[in-house]
Design a protein around this ligand. Structure first.
Ligand code: CTP
Length: 397
């Protein structure tokens, strides 16, 4: 998939730079050529010799090496690639990118390039969560810079949290997605996925059995066809796909806000199992057992995100796909749901306990469109996703 693709890889300074050596290997195995650029800080962690040996090319390090333009100038270097990848991207490198600095080779290339840029951040959790880094991230997002990671986990500095650089194969997947040249190239698609958690008090919440597996597979399949995917996900069991913009949320109300912020999109797929009700008044402190009897919990209805987007006067996507999780009269209920919610298609599935669908690896769906109900065979969730993504691509042409 990466055959003859040209990657300009900027290796920043951080302990994660050692993973970039493996990344170079993985990219070359897939047929890509890798032109490496090592920052001064990067060279404190990996040697220029190992980088260039693995890349099979000269490693570029110094801006002023290039200024005589005898070999290759920085403008040409920055534009001769199909994709610029920054891995690891330090907090400093992100700040330079956001501000448009050009005081070394890496930042100059990033400012001079007209090629898409993918960034794999790696830094201490406090640095990642610092307001300054968040501002820079938002600026870079708005500039169209793509991100992969960071992941959450133990950090080399002994702390725990988000800030670890994505693994080389996750970065490869994000690179493949960024370079994907499928029928959905240039299309922006929204996918909601996973359950929502509706808090009762600081320790308890209402949830459901959705694992997020089907929504995740759909986002991955759409991205593989070249779509730019915004993935709004509740707390799911499965990790989000690489190469998509992930917006994590907890509650239905947060999901609605994230969905509205992601519009306009060409198509939207609502695979999330959104809680229909929330607790009207979330308790600020933990509810205690009392001799007064059982607690009285009052519910409030959550907004119907799908119905709102499908019925919107402004920014309605040209294709709105809902899901219908049913336990009885699946097709009849789902057909009525499609009408009631105003969506174009409904993916209906039987989530009764015996089917093993909710939380399982397979799905058995009926696709309901204007043309009626179409039964699909029982398939793995990623096959259902691939088939649905193809149908969406067909409908958007
Ligand atoms: N949905 C939504 N917002 C909600 C509830 C559901 O966006 N508050 C979306 C789901 O993502 C799915 C579709 O609506 O695409 C149907 O969800 P489902 O749970 O089957 O239907 P409900 O609206 O909850 O109807 P009911 O519980 O009565 O079957």
């Amino acid at each position: 998939m990466l055959a003859s693709k040209r990657i300009l890889l900027i290796v920043g300074g951080g302990i994660a730079a050692f993973k970039s050596l493996d990344l170079i290997r993985r990219l070359r195995e897939r047929g890509a050529s890798v032109t490496p650029v090592l920052t001064r800080a990067g060279a404190e962690f990996v040697t220029p010799l190992s980088v260039s040996a693995l890349a099979g090319q000269k490693v570029y390090q110094d801006l002023f090496d290039l200024t005589d333009e005898a070999e290759m100038g920085h403008i040409e270097l920055s534009r001769s690639a199909d994709l610029v990848v920054v891995a690891p991207a330090t907090a400093d490198l992100m700040a330079k990118m956001a501000q448009g600095h050009a005081d070394d080779l890496a930042s100059t290339l990033l400012l001079a390039t007209d090629t898409p840029v993918l960034v794999a951040p790696a830094m201490n959790v406090r640095m990642w969560e610092h307001r300054a880094t968040r501002r820079n991230r938002a600026t870079l997002d708005a500039d169209g810079i793509m991100f992969v990671g960071p992941n959450e986990g133990d950090m080399a500095c002994g702390e725990y949290g988000p800030g670890r650089m994505s693994e080389p194969l996750e970065i490869v997947a994000a690179i493949e997605a960024a370079l994907a040249d499928g029928p959905l190239k240039g299309r922006r698609v929204l996918v909601t996925s996973g359950p929502t958690h509706e808090p009762i008090d600081p320790v308890r919440y209402i949830a459901n059995r959705s694992s997020g597996a089907q929504g995740t597979a759909i986002a991955r399949a759409l991205s593989a066809l070249g779509a730019e995917v915004v993935f709004v996900t509740g707390p799911a069991d499965v990790p989000p796909p690489a190469g998509v913009e992930v917006v994590p949320v907890q509650t239905a109300q947060q999901m609605l806000e994230a969905v509205e912020a992601a519009l306009p999109v060409d198509a939207a797929v609502f695979a999330a199992a959104v809680a229909d009700w929330r607790v009207a008044k979330e308790s600020a402190s933990k509810m205690k057992k009392t001799s007064g009897g059982l607690p009285q919990i009052e519910f409030a209805e959550n907004p119907d995100i799908l119905a709102r987007v499908a019925g919107a006067k402004k920014n309605r996507p040209s294709l709105v796909v809902g899901f219908a999780a049913e336990t009885d009269d699946v097709v009849a209920n789902a057909t009525a749901k499609r009408k009631r919610k105003g969506c174009d298609w409904i993916v209906a599935n039987d989530v009764s306990a015996g089917t093993g669908i909710m939380g399982g690896t397979e799905n058995d769906i009926t696709l309901i469109t204007d043309d009626g109900a179409e039964d699909w065979p029982r398939l793995a969730k990623d096959q259902v996703a691939a088939r649905l993504a193809e149908r969406i691509a067909g409908a958007l042409v």
